[in-house]
Design a protein around this ligand. Sequence first.
Ligand SMILES: [Fe+2]
Ligand SMILES: [Fe+2]
Length: 204
Amino acid sequence: MPALRARLTAFCGAPRLHARFLNTLSLMEHIGSRKIMATQSGVELDNDTLKHLAEESRHAFFFKRAAEKLARRKLDYGADATIAGASARAYMGRLDAGIEAALPPTRPAALPYLYMSLIVELRAIWLYRLYRDILDSYAIGIALKSVLAEEELHLSAMLGRIGEMDADSEIRIAGFARLEDRQFRIAWRAIEDACEIVAQGAPA
Ligand SMILES: [Fe+2]
Ligand SMILES: [Fe+2]
């Protein structure tokens, strides 16, 4: 955590690199929203899930807009405009695959989506709280308050629905959180490595 805090703090003094980090968060929010769209688009798609989808899409837009404002140019999701973008994609993909594989075939159809969202929300809330405090202390002009409030509501909504569907939720959440922790460490290490490479080259 100290290393992560130091990295987030360093971003605040390196606008070009910071823009790429914000754009990487945008990419992950976008992947999250796309997964909801891809897996929940059946006849059972309800209002809560549509709202969740809309909010994750908005988070992707929010981070992209903040990234472009800092970068003062348009940013795609390519390698030069993200930080370890491929690792961010792999983090989401491995989590999704791990959760999918661990649930029994007889599970309710929405359960993998609910667990995936829950596990990602736990990390997002942890990271965004840290990041919010750092952004606020550097007066960067990026306010995470409303994104964070929405992630907190998603978390409690997911917990509520999982509790209704799965009697083994406590044990499963603990297992998925361990899986996520391993994958997050790998992804963050890739971000650190990419930042080191940038630091050795052009100024950020
Ligand atoms: Fe989000
Ligand atoms: Fe969320």
